[in-house]
Design a protein around this ligand. Structure first.
Ligand code: AVI
Length: 339
């Protein structure tokens, strides 16, 4: 297992195939189809979007508050410290679109900086979750001069709302290092799709967790308190709830592996024993050998040079990067070049 570092509670193992984290608007049929296809493969996997039902989203919120999970608070600190220079460099956009806005808790600092320069701005939070969009609205209520136009949509499939005319320059935000959960070709597809919908001079701001020592990365994804393990195992609990499966959660372990060459973390659920699991709604019995794994998610940790290449290949011109003092995390600004 060359070039791999394994979390202390983990043994090295096979590489799972990667899937992008698609936003969920999960119908029973979509869940059933994804589970059947994923668990009948030689190397079992479940798509990452299955992690984010209501319970999973609450657990992810809990992860963002863990001392080991530095990503959220580091990004927030960068945006807070550099809000004015980011907004100036972005060219004082009149419209801010945020992909995967969630509760928009980090965005208000950028909007406040914009409102110091402009009398009014339009903010378009995009999320698949209506609950997240109404939380965003509540978060931004104190900023009275923000014209809020939430859009419930998946991306990149449903970016058509970007076709409607912006009343001036646009800034698209893609924060939280969400790009890291996409397999590189899918990340390129998404960024290129965004780029195609933008006009010359528009800007794109993306938060990315950087490549760093696995000694820092592994605890962020395998915390002592076991919150990330509960987040991972929630996918099995979800299959019990929604598909009448009988996964015994105590017989699976949360496993995280650092793949040095690919510069990513792979997250798995590993069967502790040889066992069969029945999924009633699929009329399916699935066998797990002892130590067999289900790949559930990957989190890529690119260098800045790799992020720049990705932006360029998507058709943007990278312009600036803001970082924290420890250089853990980067916030990258790129622009659509003149036609
Ligand atoms: C949502 N995404 C950016 C998280 C990450 O850091 O890759 C998902 C996550 N999974 C486990 N911990 C965090």
């Amino acid at each position: 297992m060359n070039g791999q570092v394994v979390s202390p509670r983990t043994r090295a193992g096979v590489t799972g195939e990667l899937a992008p984290r698609l936003p969920t608007r999960d119908t029973f049929a979509a869940v059933a189809e994804a589970v059947r296809a994923g668990l009948l493969r030689k190397h079992k996997r479940l798509p990452p979007w299955l992690l984010y039902d209501d319970e999973g989203s609450d657990l992810f919120e809990e992860i963002t508050r863990l001392p080991q999970y530095y990503l959220t608070r580091t990004e927030r600190a960068i945006l807070t410290t550099h809000a004015d220079s980011i907004i100036a460099a972005a060219g004082c956009p009149r419209e801010v679109v945020e992909l995967g806005a969630g509760s928009a808790s980090k965005t208000s600092v950028l909007l406040a900086a914009l409102l110091r320069r402009l009398p009014r701005v339009r903010y378009v939070p995009v999320d698949v979750s209506a609950a997240a969009l109404s939380q965003a609205a509540a978060e931004l209520r104190p900023l009275r001069l923000v014209d809020l136009q939430p859009v419930a949509a998946r991306y990149p499939e449903e970016l058509d709302f970007l076709r409607r005319p912006a009343n001036g320059r646009r800034l698209v935000l893609f924060l939280g290092s969400n790009v890291g959960n996409y397999e590189p070709p899918r990340a390129l597809e998404l960024l290129a799709a965004v780029r195609r919908h933008l006009a010359p001079g528009d800007a794109f701001l993306m938060g990315v967790d950087r490549r760093k020592s696995p000694a820092v990365l592994l605890p962020a994804y395998d915390d002592d308190a076991g919150v990330t393990a509960r987040f991972s195992k929630n996918v099995l609990a979800r299959l019990n709830r929604e598909l009448g499966a009988n996964f015994n959660l105590t017989r699976f372990r949360h496993v995280v592996i650092w793949r040095d060459r690919a510069s990513r973390l792979d997250l798995y659920l590993e069967s502790a024993v040889s066992q069969d699991v029945v999924i009633e709604a699929l009329d399916l019995r699935v066998h797990f050998a002892a130590r067999e794994r289900i790949h559930t998610e990957s989190s890529h940790k690119p260098t800045d040079a790799k992020v720049r290449r990705l932006l360029e290949r998507a058709g943007f011109v990278p312009e600036a990067v803001w970082q924290d003092e420890r250089r853990l995390y980067g916030v990258h600004l790129a622009r659509v070049p003149p036609g």
